[in-house]
Design a binder for this molecule. Sequence first.
Ligand code: ZN
Length: 662
Amino acid sequence: MIDKETIDKIYNAASILDVVSDFVSLKKRGANYVGCCPFHNEKTPSFNVSPARNIYHCFGCGKGGNAVNFIMEHEQMSYPDALKYLAKKCNIEIKEKEFTPEEKERNDDRASMLILNDYAKKTFISNMFETEEGRAIGLKYFRERGFSDETIKAYELGYSLSDRKSFTEQALKNGYQLKYLTSDEKTNIGTGLTIKHDDGYTFDRFSSRVMFPIHNLTGQVIGFGGRVLDARTKGVNVKYMNSPQSIIYDKSRSLYGIYQAKNSIVRSTKCYLVEGYTDVLSMHQSGIENVVSSNGTALTVEQIRLIRRFTENVTVLYDSDDAGIHAALRAIDLLLPEEMNVKVLLLPDGEDPDSFARNHSLTEIEAYIADNEKDCILFKAARLTKEAGGDPIKKAQKISELVKTISIIPDSIKRSVYVKECAEMLNVEERVLHIEINKLINRQLGQQYPRPENQPQQPKPASQVVLNPDVASNARCRQYENDLLKLLLNYGNDVLFTVAEGDKPSEDITVAYYIDKELKDNGMVFRTPVSKQVYDIYFEIYNQGQKPDIAMFINYHDAEVSKYVIDLMEERHTISKIWEKLNSYVKPETKQLKQVIDKDLNGYKLEIAKQTLDKISKEIALLEKEPDSDEKTQKWEALMAECSSYTIYKNNLSRFLDRVMC
Ligand SMILES: [Zn+2]
């Protein structure tokens, strides 16, 4: 359909940087750009864009290619559709024939549904502006709500006529298939613009409604929201009706307004989250363009991840009535574990984002936001205090609710800051909050840890990373090995936690079991000969069902081993420092023991990962000196991929180490 010459033109004109930037927030790094990969879920950027080579590559999931591949993969488009998309973006003209019915049929279902939605969108727009009914009802409604033609155009709003057969009949007459007009719950094929009764009777799903097209990131219409008009809402509970779930529309994964907002979100490094369609329109019209809504449904993790591709900063802006506050509190609990920075903005009594934006100038709105935007945890703390009133039992309940929210924040430094502030606000001791939070985190850790017969997965290394490369021992390795041996000798037989699963009897996990399992799962062995010897002796005894103790080692027949253990017991170093830090919060308990063990285990892994990375870097540097060849490129790519896996793992470990030191 598209000639070779035009295809070449498109390839030459499509800059990978421009194309990817429409979907991913990129930062410059050297000659390249990096961002969080849109194809797999990640928080540490491993998605690389090279403008010089005009390609992208993700070191995390391995996806890569040129601008056309990117659009095909990201937008799930066919090759011709991706070319058309890029042609449009680069202002290259493609002479395109009108689709004949045969061509329509040949297109895959997805493309057909998008084409139909596009047709429906255009029909709804022309209904609104070009029919008497549309102008008198649809357009009048939007104008009365104060929406300018510019806003109506930006969001492609429209109107569906009251004649319940008009849209379906017209679409069929224009060659669109009933299969795509209706929807099939089993296959998820079809747009659902038409509803078909069992007896074969068909009618328009959205008749007599103003229409809000829902766009994907590229601006294609994937679904619709239709609102019944005021005269008809009397006695009707559901004002809005949405397109049904389909292969192109998953409401839990789409956000209303994201297409119109994404550039502004990146520019302002912030996203406002509202509840309704008209909230988005009013805010946008008032000049605040970085605004999206969760399609009038409860916020989902997938929607949050969609926002997170563009920014980490979210301000929740819901109605200030009880329902709105409740929804905001729920949103906070979903946003925090995704490492978002969350703020809440409550509007003056009786206002919703729609009315507020309509009744105030941009300057007034901006001033109000600056004065009233609150950190979400402090908002929650204030809210809960108010709800508890003077009732001490209620207050205790509310505090535990708050503690639960703080415990889901991944960053330990942030957690500590919140504990301090909340302790003051609630007039409770900081120590008490720390104890409660640690309990919750401990419980989560216990839940993550499977029964001994299963494969332990915590903390999680990247699958391709093995921590047993030929990395020599150094002073830091020796120190970690010493620390771990000390923990074994002192606490090896202590129960660290208990795992229970279903009706099976619960099982005790000892310190020795935990350490050994964690090391083995990461393919790690001690590198210093004498510490490896002590470790092996320890587990030889332990695995025979006995309890190794320090005395056994001090009196051990091998003089080198006994001297080493004696020295170890006399050594005073890092562990005691960690104990001191922890003891300032709580008395030593198994929770703290686990923190110390995790710190040593992960510190040790981190050290090995760092050394491995150094080794890989040196190999890359050596390789760079070799003359260019296919083999060199292959080696280079393999090393880069390895380097990237270790980097991700290293970063995960660092983050984990932050977390265990609450
Ligand atoms: Zn990826």
